[in-house]
Design a protein around this ligand. Structure first.
Ligand code: UDX
Length: 436
């Protein structure tokens, strides 16, 4: 099937390559010349495991191309729109500038029978408003939210755990859903749930899923706060409640909290939208979820300050991790980088290391010192703060090796990812989050 993918960021670039890898003929379109130039050469413009391979393969096969010319969308049967919906600069709501610009650009190139599939995470009600503009062209709008996780984006796109299609009522909607089934033929063939809904439900599925995940993380971090004043161990608590299959252990990782380009801004946009709808109270708990999450960053910093005797001024602190999670170079709303910035603000001599995210971090926080070499970061450190659970820090760094490099023996585990007993028996003062 011929398709266009408008927006070649984390979502769109992966989607375009993944669609070509399952046999479709795809053109990826973006307004950013540099991104497109890199993609045309088969080079992923960001770090995402597996993307480089499917990108190069699909380009070599001739099924995948990239352009800045929106007119190239003409003739495609399906047009995916996967542009960003960041948080507004002066509020919590989502900024729909890029979505509106993408539709403005695309609409003149639509032909009757085309399907436009919105993938961006949008406030509920956006799709029905956009449909009023798409329908007069004879094309059909569907809302087809994306649930991919960074770090597993290729796998999640090629083999998702569910597919959701919000469609208009009647035959037009049925036909559009049928076309989406053809698009995702390998998943449909293997029996992946394919849920057809109205627009509002499809839009809400995405924000509800992210709100639930954020709530789960903040729930366990709230328990960590209670553990901190009672001497309990939140990791054991999470293991114990996680054995209940109704609860489940995943996303009960207490620590410095969630970040990234999705969870933080999606819960804020959801609150803002609910308020517009007169139902602010229904999701008022999301404000607490956000507040708990942000408190954990402060707590991690406080642990370092306390461990160093009340001041970090001119103390050398190695911050292990800058990305918002491992297997990613994404530093958007990263708790890791935030902690480093806060420590720097307190006068510490901070050195940040990360296997993939240093370049991105340096761009937005140039005042910090960086190295991609973990051991160089550890050299002479008075304290070590682990904030992204890369294997390089979690599995491959032994307390003995770290002790040979660092000046102090203080380790703060912002992700509860280290073996506390092993670090302690090697002579370190180990501080976890919500652990005695
Ligand atoms: C998320 C959703 O998982 C995905 O379905 C959606 O499409 C986009 O948003 P992503 O932003 O890639 O994906 O990251 P995710 O794996 O959900 O992690 C988000 C943040 O939560 C990270 O900062 C991670 O470190 C943190 N986290 C996760 C915890 O603090 N504890 C946990 O137990 C799990």
């Amino acid at each position: 099937m011929r398709m266009s993918v408008i927006g070649c960021g984390y979502l769109g670039a992966v989607h375009a390559a993944a669609m070509a890898s399952i046999g479709h003929e795809v053109v990826g379109i973006d307004v950013d010349d540099r991104k497109i130039a890199s993609l045309q050469k088969g080079e992923a413009p960001f770090f995402e495991p597996g993307l480089q391979d499917i990108l190069a393969e699909a380009i070599a096969s001739g099924r995948l191309s990239f352009t800045t010319d929106i007119a190239q969308a003409h003739g495609a049967a399906v047009h995916f729109v996967g542009v960003g919906t960041p948080q507004q600069k002066d509020g919590y709501a989502a900024d729909l500038t890029y979505v509106n610009a993408a539709f403005d650009a695309l609409i003149p190139h639509l032909t009757p029978g085309d399907v436009v599939a919105g993938k961006s995470t949008v406030p509920v009600g956006t799709a029905s408003a956009l449909a009023e503009r798409v329908t007069p062209t004879g094309a059909t709008l569907v809302w087809n939210p994306e649930f991919l996780r960074e770090g597993f984006a290729v796998q999640d796109t090629v083999d998702p755990d569910r597919l959701v299609a919000g469609v208009p009522e009647g035959e037009e909607g049925e036909r559009a859903a049928e076309i989406l089934r053809e698009v995702y033929h390998p998943s449909v063939a293997k029996g992946t749930p394919f849920i057809v809904t109205d627009y509002a439900t499809a839009e809400l599925v995405k924000v509800a899923a992210n709100a639930f995940l954020a709530t789960k993380i903040s729930f366990i971090n709230a328990m960590a706060e209670i553990a901190e004043v009672t001497g309990a161990d939140v990791t054991q608590l999470a293991d114990a409640i996680g054995h209940d299959v109704r609860i489940g252990r995943r996303f009960l990782g207490a620590g410095i909290g969630f970040g990234g380009g999705c969870l933080p801004k999606d819960i804020r946009a959801f609150s803002a939208r609910a308020e517009e709808l007169g139902r602010g109270e229904s999701v008022a708990f999301l404000r607490e979820v956000d507040a708990i999450n942000l408190r954990r960053r402060e707590r991690a910093v406080q642990l370092v300050v306390d461990a160093l005797g009340g001041s970090v001024f001119q103390k050398r602190i190695a911050v292990l991790g800058a990305a918002f999670k491992p297997h990613s170079d994404d530093i958007r709303d990263s708790p890791a980088l935030d902690a480093a910035v806060r420590l720097h603000g307190l006068g510490a001599d901070v050195i940040v290391t990360d296997p993939e995210a240093v370049e991105n971090a340096r761009r937005v926080q140039p005042q910090l010192a960086y190295t991609t070499d973990r051991d160089e970061a550890l050299q002479g450190a008075d304290a070590v703060l682990v904030v992204t659970e890369w294997d390089e820090y979690r599995r491959e760094l032994s307390p003995e090796h770290a002790a040979a490099l660092a000046a102090g023996r203080i380790i703060v585990d912002g992700r509860n990812c280290l073996d506390a007993a092993a670090w302690r028996s090697a002579g370190w003062s180990y501080y976890g989050m919500g652990r005695p």
